[in-house]
Design a protein around this ligand. Structure first.
Ligand code: SF4
Length: 349
């Protein structure tokens, strides 16, 4: 055996996909928009649609690695299970795996049962629908253990797709879409160069819901600074209430070094919220939110604490079920407001 298992693995996936140790399968490279002024993810990298045959070849190379590891395990009497000895035996025959950027990810995915997959990179829905459907079909046929497939998508692309195409993509096995809403405020969307309006977010999100996807929307508390905090909170709640997605995930804004937004903060054009003001913005947004979604704070940026030292919000991926737990979230915010929060340090700005 002298295989080198040629498949690509991108860098980014949502935290919830790391928690479920998802298989990362790269259908496109980087982001076709790439203008958002807070984002560092794919900056300086060119977007590529990967040819269908190349994507299929990646999936086949992953399948080869899975089959070879299972064969080593069986030869050792381990019944095909992922064991340390089986991995060492495979590494002895394919030492290139020590430096393979995706091998750890694939073996970890096998070890936890191979149930979930995440399609990379930034907006898979930009693919020609027939290619996306064929790639999803090949993935599911190759790995029948997969029960859930998710990906990043832009609301604007979803709004441009026909409902019929979205339904066929959904039927081909794509279950969940992770959408970067960031804000529902038109002035702030323009300022951050999101390339979509509040109405576009509503149309894209609702269309995805109608097509049967699970929809996970990410918003950024603090994104508008002190200057736009009220309109950011109110309009984000308005848009999310209209879409009523399955998940709403909070990703508090922190300016990243080298981004236009970091420069705007340094120039005094955006005044960052202090921890108390962040909680006040969250309270305003949550109060106005009229949804049956799961509202999640599954990221370390949701750092606020209460006087007893525990986090204001737990970081579980399934979050708080609204409306049943809305009052609990509001009560937790009051506990956070009653405690003097440590100021946030922006080490990398
Ligand atoms: S669409 Fe997403 S990945 Fe692309 S630049 Fe904006 S935030 Fe970054």
């Amino acid at each position: 055996m002298s295989r080198n298992y040629p498949f690509e693995t991108g860098v980014y996936r949502p935290p919830s996909e790391g928690g479920s140790a998802s298989l990362l399968v790269r259908f496109t490279r980087n982001c076709p928009w790439n203008h958002c002024t807070f984002c560092t993810m794919y900056k300086g990298k060119k977007f590529n649609l990967r040819p269908l045959e190349e994507i299929k070849a990646d999936i086949n190379a992953m399948a080869d690695l899975v089959a070879d590891l299972q064969a080593e395990s069986k030869a050792l009497g381990h019944g095909g299970q992922v064991t340390r000895d089986a991995i060492l035996a495979l590494l002895g025959k394919a030492p290139g795996l020590n430096h393979h950027p995706g091998a750890d990810m694939l073996i970890q995915w096998m070890a936890v049962g191979g149930k979930t997959a995440f399609i990379q990179d930034g907006n898979s829905m930009i693919m020609p629908p027939q290619d996306l459907i064929a790639a999803l079909t090949h993935l599911k046929e190759t790995f029948p253990s997969i029960e859930r497939i998710t990906t990043y998508a832009r609301a604007r692309t979803l709004a441009q797709r026909s409902l019929g195409d979205l339904k066929v993509i959904r039927a081909a096995g794509l279950d969940r879409l992770h959408l970067g809403l960031e804000t529902g405020d038109d002035a702030l969307l323009k300022q951050i160069k999101k390339g979509v309006t509040a109405q576009g977010h509503i149309e894209g999100g609702k269309k995805a819901m109608e097509a049967g996807f699970q929809v996970s929307e990410y918003w950024m508390p603090g994104l508008g600074g002190k200057e736009m905090t009220d309109q950011h909170a109110e309009n984000t709640a308005r848009v999310l209430s209209e879409v009523n997605p399955h998940y709403i995930r909070s990703r508090p804004f922190r300016p990243a070094h080298g981004t236009p937004m970091s420069d705007q903060v340094k120039q005094g054009r955006i005044t960052l919220l202090d921890p108390r003001e962040q909680l006040l913005e969250l309270r305003r947004m949550i109060r106005a939110l009229d949804v049956t979604s799961k509202v999640c704070f599954d990221h370390m940026g949701n750092y606020w604490r209460t006087a007893s030292g525990d986090l204001v919000f737990h970081h579980e991926y399934e979050g708080y079920q609204f409306p049943d737990e809305k009052q609990m979230v509001l009560d937790r915010i009051e506990l956070g407001l009653a405690f003097k929060q440590e100021p946030v340090r922006f080490l990398h700005m």
